[in-house]
Design a protein around this ligand. Structure first.
Ligand SMILES: Cc1ncc(COP(=O)(O)O)c(C=O)c1O
Length: 448
């Protein structure tokens, strides 16, 4: 049998050849494949720093950090070197019954960096698997304590925690949920404090006040059947980078503690410096019961996720009886290459004093992005650390995909969520590259 490549006409460009083969053989994520008839996937041959390069000399500034994962640029020499060294020692060993230096060191260092008390690391692969782990751990914890009727999770309006069935059941994005509604357990949805506006705006203050009242009321009435509240601290990414003040986090921690409900902080997107601090929870000086990490953990190199749990949660499973253990596993749990990438990411944070450097970078980004904020079709300009977002007025139904296509034509990768456009480039993007991003974004707004 001939492979699909041989059916692609020779006259096609290399970009077009890869795109055509991809359309036949690869089922792309979060994509209506038929739309690729009009806009084929872009074939990337290599990447360096903040740039992606295609097969014909085209270049594209990765302003969304490849779905919010990249921290220190593509083909980062320090991460590359560490991975090469790890490859020579150990690529992978199952983590049940075995352990290795990279996973031990990573777990110790995460515990030291995370909010106090989160000293036990349980690993998964993608973000959604961390969500699943946290949900199961929370319910199971209450079950071990004889409270198995605490079997519901509180979720926030517009929240996103991944797309496996359990994670989807605590996600509130209709587009992703609708087809699977019969499979999903209904969990209560509460008002969100997050807005598509500046964090100090009147709308933000009001939303936060209302969200705190709603949480207090719910917990006052139904805490006894609630296992946990799951939230994205400070920024609801998939909702279009909707942001809120740390005051809500502080209130959520206080209320959940008072009512004996776990707080699960989904820091899958916000962790590793995105919101300006290592973890968003730090900005409210709170420690959740369970914290989910992924995305930036490996600098955008390899799939790895982690749930950090407190001693109290861990101790509830520590027993002579095997059935009281947390019997959850994935084949690649604690993969040595992924853990090594994560260790070098932590080295870079430490050696380059990244959080302090990012504070200055964020201020420069704010200044440079001022021209976008002042654009007559832009409102709701907001920034939380290394995330800049704004709303574009005067759009129609096809605008979101048209904008992304026009942005690519101008050498920038932007994927608006509805009318919300955001910048989440690698931290290492140079100032002149950021200025280029701003310039080309304005051109793209004007062209759409
Ligand atoms: C807050 C949050 N949680 C969970 C996920 C799911 O992660 P993954 O796509 O790696 O499964 C995402 C992904 O965007 C996210 O932003």
């Amino acid at each position: 049998m001939k492979d699909s490549a041989s059916r692609v006409p020779d006259a096609m460009t290399r970009n077009a050849q890869w795109a055509a083969r991809s359309r036949k053989a690869v089922w792309h994520p979060c994509t209506q494949m038929k739309h690729h008839e009009r806009t084929p996937p872009l074939a990337i041959a290599r990447a360096f720093g903040a740039w992606l390069y295609d097969y014909e000399g085209g270049r594209y500034l990765d302003a969304v950090g490849s779905w919010w994962v990249n921290l220190f640029g593509h083909a980062n020499p320090r991460i590359n070197a560490a991975l090469a060294a790890q490859l020579c020692d150990l690529e992978h060993v199952m983590l049940a019954g075995f352990t290795h230096a990279s996973v031990v060191e990573l777990s110790e260092r995460l515990a030291a960096l995370a909010p106090r008390g989160l000293s036990h690391a349980f690993y998964g692969s993608d973000g959604a698997s961390a969500t699943e782990i946290a949900l199961k751990m929370s319910f199971h914890y209450w079950r071990q304590r004889g409270l198995s009727h605490k079997d519901r999770y509180l979720r926030l309006e517009g929240g996103y925690h991944g797309e496996t069935v359990g994670a989807l059941s605590v996600t509130d994005v209709a587009l992703f949920r609708e087809a699977y509604a019969p499979l999903l357990r209904e969990h209560p949805v509460l008002a969100s404090p997050a807005v598509h506006d500046a964090i100090d705006s009147h709308a933000a203050t009001q939303a936060t006040n209302e969200a705190i009242v709603a949480l207090e009321r719910f917990l006052g009435e139904q805490a006894d059947t609630t296992a946990a509240l799951i939230i994205e601290p400070l920024v609801q990414g998939a909702r279009g980078m909707a942001m809120y003040a740390s005051r809500y986090l502080a209130a959520a921690r206080e209320l959940t503690k008072r009512h004996h409900v776990h707080l699960i902080a989904d820091e899958i997107m916000t962790g590793f410096g995105r919101t300006g601090t290592m973890f968003a929870c730090e900005q409210a000086d709170i420690a959740p019961d369970l914290m989910c990490l992924s995305k930036g953990i490996t600098g955008g190199y390899l799939p790895l996720s982690c749930v950090l749990a407190t001693d109290e949660v861990f101790d509830a499973f520590y027993d002579d009886d095997v059935t009281r253990g947390f019997l959850h596993s994935h084949s690649y749990t604690g993969n040595a290459l992924a853990c090594r990438a994560a260790l070098v990411v932590l080295d870079i944070f430490e050696q380059d004093d990244v959080i302090a450097a990012n504070r200055e970078r964020a201020a420069r980004w704010r200044e440079m992005a001022g021209r976008v904020a002042a654009h007559p079709r832009v409102h709701g300009f907001r920034q939380c650390g290394m995330i800049v977002a704004f709303e574009v007025d005067g759009t129609d139904a096809g605008w979101t995909s048209r904008f992304a296509t026009e942005a690519l034509r101008r050498e920038i990768v932007l994927r608006p969520i509805g009318n919300s456009v955001y910048f989440m480039p690698p931290y290492t993007i140079a100032d002149d590259e950021f200025a280029f991003l701003v310039e080309r974004t304005i051109e793209t707004i004007d062209a759409t």
